[in-house]
Design a protein. Structure first.
Length: 83
């Protein structure tokens, strides 16, 4: 019997299929997913660091595929900010 690896997801983000289809319709050479940490306000006051992730379509030379390419934001799962 195979031994379980013990791995579990640390973070999960959902992307809307329609948004990703639109991004892929621009026929990028690559799709880059960029993860950032930003300070957000907690409901009870104070701030906490939150991860964000954005997908962008890039040409072979690393330029955005369209001038209006703001990318596609991933939604954290479960959504929300810790209290």
């Amino acid at each position: 019997m195979a031994k379980k690896s013990g791995r579990s997801p640390a973070f999960e983000f959902d992307f809307r299929g329609a948004d990703l289809k639109k991004l892929l319709a621009s026929e990028p050479a690559v799709v880059r997913f960029t993860v950032s940490v930003e300070a957000v306000n907690k409901k009870g006051g104070g701030q906490v660091g939150a991860l964000t992730i954005k997908a962008k379509g890039l040409s072979a030379n690393g330029k955005p595929v369209t001038r209006t390419d703001n990318g596609v934001d991933g939604v954290p799962k479960p959504p929300g900010i810790p209290n």
